[in-house]
Design a protein around this ligand. Sequence first.
Ligand code: SF4
Length: 215
Amino acid sequence: MNKKKTFYYDLSIDEIEEIKKSGKKPILGIHICCAPCACFPLEFLTPYFQVKLLYANSNIYPREEYDRRLSELKRYLKIFNEEHHQDVELIEFIYDNDEYNKSLAPYALEKEGGKRCLICYEKRMDLTYRYADEHGYDYFTTVMTISRQKDSFILNDIGEKLSKKYKTKYFYSDFKKHQGIDRATELRKEYNLYNQLYCGCVYSYLERKRKDEEK
Ligand code: SF4
């Protein structure tokens, strides 16, 4: 595959077309980070997949912020399931920020999007991909490709690399494309979803604090 010319949105549509032809609704595990990033992928994917949300985000600091994002996700999922007559399940992973930070700490001074983030993406995707594989899911993906701050090429490259370790197929995505990001903004406003002010880890938290203090 020529990655420079890869359009991940098109790959996701091609895969969905194949699924529609099969007449089946395969199981898709999605690594999920928060309600604002989850809302559009849920709407986009549930017509074709039995979706399982995998909440593994030990990167988030402090614990209160982790709990707030999780509780907002639960609130939105309840509304989504009722309004769309769905039964999407949420699987919560263990939260251990101290342990998680051991891998990030050597890259504390990196800018957002640098080496620290690559490690962070892969750690969470690997953990949830393994779960999807161990539970016999047909597909795995991450909602993170909806974020303007995150490079879809990097995320899909990690997904592709991990797919070589597991039997579960990787579902390429670029949820922000084709008005995905606009629809996510609409949903965030409509349901008044809590929109966090920093990415998640203690380093992004401190960076945000520093910027606020400079204002
Ligand atoms: S900025 Fe976000 S993606 Fe990067 S290391 Fe921190 S939490 Fe992870």
